[in-house]
Design a binder for this molecule. Structure first.
Ligand code: ADP
Length: 365
């Protein structure tokens, strides 16, 4: 029977607290309707339990099937595996499905909560042969913990230093062979020694609309909610390629339908529900528009540095970089240049803002 243990990380505080170099600021006024498309509270309820239930990400699924098959045939633990990609695309989902497929124990910890080697030690000593230890947000491991993990991942050995000075000595403790699965939204921040200790890396990309529509349909069935196929398509179009957002929009549409439309999500009901929370037809929400309008109105469209934009918006730069910018870049509303972020004419057209005319080239003579 798989075992699960959760260290309660500081996820929520991370998402709302400014980085340490930012002065304390007044929190922005709450929107008229409190809806957070990135809310993680429904994740566990709708998370696929088997690899067969995972929709899309075909390349990652295929490679994973080969890895799982090989590990099972050799009766060896799976090699350490790193998932990277923007939030809400399925890193935790894959990590939880793997031990179920292998029938092994599972432990989960949030890297920022592991402040010292002693915090990670119980996970290591508890790890049974072939089990999985999932480290979420692995780019946020403190350096001391990261270094402590090097011999663990390489030789399945813990080095414990005892005493100081002349009397100092190191005890080596052998561990059972197990698998570390890491997840990160910022693979670029991983140090080379840590990255190199992962035998396999799987990159998760945004989903296409058809895959998201399938996720919405399946989850509507799980929630016993009647939904028109056009309505699933409408929700998926506005979910920015991200299953977590699709799920959250589905929950909102279900609430709206239960309250105003006898529980049935038709395409018109979906449109009205999504208009009410100001998610537009390409999926931009309040915060995305605020980002673009800050760049346009305060920085004349850019180039502007991320920190300057974050200060102007009273929003942590991490949130902007992880949750706002990847999609704006993907739909071509934003460019990242060496001099800073620049808004594109496509974004201006989308927001209905006239594109400023290029200054006329005055003649010199
Ligand atoms: P991440 O760890 O990358 O932030 P999660 O794995 O927590 O994202 O995914 C968020 C939610 O999105 C999950 O609870 C699950 O319901 C849904 N989801 C993610 N990926 C898939 C997928 N490939 N197929 C079906 N649902 C998915």
């Amino acid at each position: 029977m798989a075992r699960q243990r959760i260290i309660n990380g500081d996820d929520e505080s991370r998402k709302t607290s400014a980085s340490s170099d930012e002065p304390p600021r007044k929190p922005p006024a709450p929107p008229a309707i409190e809806f957070r498309p990135d809310d993680e509270k429904h994740d566990d309820e709708l998370r696929p339990q088997k690899l067969d239930d995972v929709v899309g990400q075909r390349k990652a699924v295929e490679r994973l099937r080969i890895m799982l098959d090989a590990a099972k045939k050799r009766n060896e633990p799976l090699g350490h595996l790193l998932f990277d990609g923007p939030p809400g695309l399925g890193k935790t989902t894959f990590a939880t499905v793997i031990p179920k497929e292998l029938g092994v124990d599972f432990q989960i910890a949030s890297a920022p909560a592991l402040t010292a080697p002693k915090d990670v030690l119980p996970y290591l000593t508890n790890a049974s042969f072939g089990s999985v230890l999932f480290l979420d947000e692995i780019h946020r491991l403190p350096p001391a913990v990261e270094e402590f993990l090097y011999p663990v991942m390489e030789d399945f050995r813990v080095d414990i230093a005892l005493g100081e000075g002349m009397n100092a000595r190191t005890i080596n403790m052998p561990l059972k062979k197990f698998t570390v699965i890491g997840a990160t939204t910022r693979s670029g921040l991983l140090t080379a020694p840590l990255r190199d200790r992962f035998v396999n890396r799987l990159h998760l990309d945004f989903y296409d609309d058809d895959d998201l529509a399938e996720i919405v349909d399946r989850n509507a069935r799980k929630l016993r909610t009647e939904i028109e196929s056009d309505a699933s398509a409408e929700i998926s179009k506005r979910s920015r390629g991200t299953p977590r957002k699709a799920n959250n929009l589905l929950y909102w549409c279900r609430d709206y339908a239960d309250s105003r439309a006898k529980g049935r999500i038709s395409v018109d009901v979906a449109k009205l529900a999504l208009e009410m929370i100001e998610v537009d037809h390409v999926g931009l929400d309040e915060l995305d528009r605020k980002y673009l309008l800050t760049l346009i109105n305060i920085f004349a469209g850019g180039p502007a540095g991320l920190t300057a934009i974050a200060h102007s918006m009273s929003c942590p730069s991490d949130t902007l970089e992880d949750e706002i910018e990847p999609f704006l870049l993907r739909v071509g509303f934003l460019q990242r240049t060496p001099r800073g972020r620049v808004v594109t004419s496509a974004a201006l057209a989308h927001l209905g803002i006239a594109i400023p005319e290029a200054p006329s080239q005055g003649t010199l003579f």
